[in-house]
Design a protein around this ligand. Sequence first.
Ligand SMILES: [Zn+2]
Length: 88
Amino acid sequence: MMERHEERLRYSLPRQQCSACRQPIDSHVLKQLPRPGDVILCATCGQPHAYADNMTLRDLTSIEMRQMMAVPAVQRFLTEIRRLHNVH
Ligand SMILES: [Zn+2]
């Protein structure tokens, strides 16, 4: 299921923590540079965050959360995360 890394752009952002599990979120492998408002999911627990204007991470608004949860790829990712960590 992993996309080939060489097809992606790797870069680092200032060290930040997941608001749910406190794991550091300081390195990202994304297809393109994030912009304010883009959403990133914690790779450890699946907690969604959005980039604020200064590129720090903030929690999603309830509207953003609803929009994100409607995306099939997001649903599959969260299902996989919960399976890996045995969270239900
Ligand atoms: Zn997390």
